[in-house]
Design a binder for this molecule. Structure first.
Ligand SMILES: NC(=O)c1ccc[n+]([C@@H]2O[C@H](COP(=O)([O-])OP(=O)(O)OC[C@H]3O[C@@H](n4cnc5c(N)ncnc54)[C@H](OP(=O)(O)O)[C@@H]3O)[C@@H](O)[C@H]2O)c1
Length: 192
């Protein structure tokens, strides 16, 4: 069965934002080891990436190969090429078409969409934000596992991951890893 991993990039106060903090940028010649865990080590096993409309359009604008920045580090090109070739699902009620290759648009109940994707042939699935979609996934415990990339900042602004819940969600800690810039990666599995 295909497994669904939710990628959650958050500040200490649970905001989906990318603030600056010491040594957080500009991108270096090597990927942050946590980014390697979340993406590079998964290029072979993850064959579908799901995003909400805003994140999908933001990723296309920023991370497709077409958006290549001259002179940037080679490892970023690998990430761009992966995102171009992987099967992408954009969740949207209002988009009817997209010109990003290997992409399709789905809409409806998130649990039903994820269940449908799981029944399809293919490798594993990453739910890559944005916060609105991840928040619903957390609220309804729809992913099989969660990677929380926690940045060392209390930010006080940006979209929230935590909100009202239907009930308690209990997760089981698999692994923690420190990042290059004082981030921490928390890997949890869903308890069902
Ligand atoms: N990984 C990331 O991308 C990431 C991480 C952290 C922070 N951020 C930041 O977060 C912001 C974007 O995130 P967001 O939370 O505002 O938006 P989002 O989750 O990317 O997109 C929300 C949109 O997805 C569509 N959608 C969600 N569930 C759906 C469903 N079941 N069926 C059909 N459509 C569905 C709706 O689009 P329609 O209105 O078209 O129906 C909804 O307005 C950006 O500022 C970004 O920088 C992004």
């Amino acid at each position: 069965m295909r497994k669904i991993t939710a990628n959650v990039y958050m500040t200490l106060d649970g905001r989906g934002a990318f603030p600056e903090y010491p040594t957080s940028g500009p991108p270096s010649t090597e990927p942050n080891p946590l980014f390697r865990n979340m993406w590079y080590d998964r290029f072979d096993d993850v064959t579908t990436v799901v995003m909400g409309r805003r994140s999908f359009l933001g990723h296309q604008r920023t991370w497709s190969e077409q958006a290549l920045e001259p002179g940037e580090a080679a490892w970023l090109l690998d990430y761009r090429r992966y995102l171009d070739r992987v099967d992408k699902v954009c969740l949207s009620h209002r988009l009817t078409s997209t010109d990003w290759q290997n992409s399709r648009i789905l809409s409806g109940d998130l649990a039903e969409i994820l269940a449908k994707l799981k029944r399809e042939k293919g490798g594993n699935i990453i739910l890559e934000g944005g916060p609105a979609v991840v928040r619903e996934c957390l609220r309804r415990n729809l992913a099989d596992d969660y990677w929380f990339f926690v940045m060392p900042v209390v930010y006080g602004k940006g979209p929230r991951y935590w909100g009202p819940m239907d009930g308690q969600t209990t997760l089981s800690l698999v692994e923690t890893k420190p990042g290059k810039n004082k981030e921490i990666l928390l890997h949890y599995e869903a308890v069902r």
